[in-house]
Design a protein around this ligand. Sequence first.
Ligand code: FEO
Length: 163
Amino acid sequence: MTLSKSMQDAINTQINEELYSSYLYLAMAAHFDTENLSGFAHWMKVQAEEERSHAMKFYGYVYDRGGSVVYKGIAQPPAKFKSPIDIFKQVLEHELKITRSITKLYELAVKEKDYASQILLQWFINEQVEEEKNDTEIINQLEMLGDSPVSLMMMDRRLAERK
Ligand code: FEO
């Protein structure tokens, strides 16, 4: 069964959200590289790649269902950021927004009795649980450690290990 026009449009919007997420995390990576926090920057670059892979997962799905991908402009990300903890709080805020948009997509799939889209979106719902958990863990650790240079070096080393 071909993807409905409303579902196709909603997924195209979500592709834009995922690509913006990738761009946002690359902006954060650039900020951390400017600050000589290469481990933090590495974490953001890995996250940016993940977001791009999310966009491509939706992209592949649209074509599997006989639809078409239509791109919209990607918004400019911020160029100025605050402390590492503020940045991770911003990441969590952003992911909560993404979770809400994935939930809306799921609700549309339920309304349209589009079971294939529901199955795809369940993967994304699980992914959001994982991302929110990871971001919260990092925020908690940054809160515990404080923002002394030694603490930031420790976190920088830990975040450099992300695969
Ligand atoms: Fe594509 Fe961070 O969710």
